[in-house]
Design a protein around this ligand. Sequence first.
Ligand code: 13P
Ligand code: SF4
Length: 303
Amino acid sequence: MNNLIKAINELKKEKNAIILGHYYQKGEIQDIADYVGDSLALAQLAAKTEADIIVMCGVHFMGETAKVLCPDKKVLVPDMEAGCSLADSCPADQFAQFVKEHPGHTVISYVNTTAAVKAVTDVVVTSTNARQIVESFPKDEKIIFGPDRNLGNYINSVTNRNMLLWDGACHVHEQFSVEKIVELKTQHPEALVLTHPECTEDVIELSDFVGSTSEIIDYATKSVADRFIICTEMGVFFELQQKNPEKKFYSVGHRQFCPNMKKVTLERVEEALEKMQPYVEVPQDVLEAAAKPLKRMLELAAK
Ligand code: 13P
Ligand code: SF4
């Protein structure tokens, strides 16, 4: 493993590459990444890097987002098969048809979508800025929100809106069980429940805090509480534990595992840097159309 890490670091220097990793990556990937973050941070970092090569350790839409924001750079994705069930729940042709059937709506898409879906979108959001961006529109704005119905329902409820929702979901977050959370709460009544907004409404209702991966990590780190039940993908335990070695984090079970995120391995990262592939390709017309709503998000998020 040490040889592998050494080889990755040498290749990185030689190729002027940067390694970006999501909080759901394996610990060993988070360890070798130059930056680890949530979807918003990864997009922001990709947009401003001066490296020639970006190695995106995450799922495919994250690589596509980086490519759209940096069309002149090579964006390596160590495993081309690392997809996302939520992005898959929104085929671009069907979403474009849905948009066509509802004229007069502003289209807001979650970042967990393909570039082709972003290409028919007015503004992209992540779980960190979805509420802020939705609230930047007048209360009576007609909005289509896709593809996550759980995030959409949550934003509808906290902003008191009635956005039209696409019926998609994340197969990981949707499966957390209320029974398991209640059982953990019974065993550890003092523990706070921290939840990602991709979870279902019944899980959100049981929660003390709802936020993106980085917001969950920040909340737990700043909190005076020292026990937490974590309702998002298990990769966050790595950063949570590193930042808070004295605090205790409880898992809601084996369903807390995104198989796509775990496809990235040190071997794959080394091989990608060595061979300069696989890399993300986005057709020029899609790339140009997808860049607009992504840049709009980055501008709105900076306000
Ligand atoms: P974050 O934007 O909170 O990092 O979430 C990304 C994701 O894929 C959640 O399942
Ligand atoms: Fe996609 Fe869900 Fe995995 Fe996040 S956890 S990358 S939304 S499948």
